[in-house]
Ligand binder design. Structure first.
Ligand code: SF4
Ligand SMILES: [Zn+2]
Length: 358
């Protein structure tokens, strides 16, 4: 399959240039206000260095927009090291009264080849004993979501709320296969969500869909339409929450190659707002729009005058699950360019944008 060969080549090249780093140097953590299932609270985010995403390291080369494998030490990190890193990260933060702990492993937390079972159990057991931790959120590809694994996690966690986020990215199987190279289908996602939902209410488990805004080779207009459609689909098949990730150009990806050639731009922030408005008025489950890298050269962008104002409005809209009326009232000169871009991409089905950042 052509895209897999290309991705494999890009990945080999990236890995070849990577310097080996200690797992301790690759760990990261931060905290902030966040929307929990029980309302606004605190979240602690912890990035754990593991051996790397099995999908990215396989012959497939991984997903076209993802460079997480570059954040991995590329060596097996044993269970006790992983637990030690986790404890050190957690100890850096005050655990406020209503806290969610979100663990990112740049791959699948539920894959025992990436996170050894002993480490997984011990990390969840530590969180079980932290009274203020009310929710634990991890990420995994759907193939690792089984009833047995979910039960083990839930039991280790003392049946605290346990959410698994899965990178569905889009409801469109063609886009997911040929433009993202994700390597799983809607059916796989639906099976994982059903497994989780059938376990409730005995187990306090939930499935979340990560949706990607504007994969490569998709026009601005189609990216908006697909994002809205994907949210409706994810709710329809039983996801408990949705988290949108608007594209950011990661180093060493096919997305970066196309961007450098002028064949790809991350979405406009106006497009992101359009998605929020349409999704919030038609989808009932909580929907979060990630705003990382907004207003940067490699992230979603409008213009210097309005990037940060709109970013703040989106963050508020996440916490309140509202459509702020400023979304309608806010005006900026760049909006006309966005409208032209969406119309242009509709007319030509072009994969490029007008030269909006020049
Ligand atoms: S997006 Fe997820 S599945 Fe795809 S390569 Fe990155 S970590 Fe692996
Ligand atoms: Zn502007």
């Amino acid at each position: 399959m052509e895209i897999q060969n290309l991705m494999h080549e890009i990945r080999e090249d990236t890995i070849g240039k990577m310097e080996k780093k200690s797992p301790y140097d690759l760990a990261a953590s931060w905290s902030g206000e966040d929307l929990l299932y029980s309302g606004v609270g605190n979240a602690i985010f912890i990035v754990l260095p593991t051996s790397g995403c099995a999908w990215a390291l396989s012959g497939s080369g991984g997903c076209t927009m993802c460079s997480y494998v570059a954040d991995s030490p590329l060596v097996d990190v044993d269970a006790s090291t992983l637990v030690d890193i986790f404890k050190k990260c957690l100890a850096k933060h005050d655990i406020a009264e209503k806290t969610a702990v979100k663990i990112f492993v740049s791959g699948s937390f539920l894959n025992e080849d990436e996170v050894p079972k002993a480490a997984r159990d011990e990390i969840l057991r530590i969180l079980k004993d932290e009274e203020n931790v009310k929710e634990v959120v991890v990420e995994s590809r759907p193939e690792y979501v089984t009833e047995d694994v979910m039960k083990e996690c839930s039991q280790a966690l003392g049946n605290k709320l346990f959410e698994v986020g899965m990178g569905l990215e889009t409801s469109n199987d063609y886009t997911r296969k040929y433009k993202i190279n994700k390597g799983f289908t809607r059916e796989d996602f639906e099976r994982a969500v059903s497994t989780i939902n059938e376990m409730r209410p005995d187990y306090n488990v939930h499935g979340k869909a990560y949706l990607f805004v504007k994969p490569i080779l998709l026009s601005e207009k189609d990216a908006i339409e697909e994002a809205v459609e994907s949210a409706r689909y994810a709710e329809g098949v039983g996801a408990s929450r949705i988290s949108f990730c608007p594209a950011t150009i990661h180093k060493g990806t096919l997305m970066e190659l196309l961007w450098k050639q002028g064949s790809y731009q991350p979405p406009w922030i106006w497009s992101v707002i359009e998605i929020i408005k349409r999704v919030r008025s038609s989808v009932k489950i909580p929907v979060i729009m990630d705003t990382s890298a907004f207003g940067t050269r490699r992230g979603p962008y409008n213009c210097k005058k309005c990037n940060s104002k709109l970013k703040s409005m989106i963050i508020r809209s996440n916490l309140e699950q509202s459509i702020p009326k400023e979304f309608e009232e806010f005006e900026c000169d760049c909006k006309a360019k966005w409208i032209a871009d969406v119309k242009f991409s509709d007319l030509t089905r072009s994969t490029t944008n007008l030269n909006r950042r020049k």
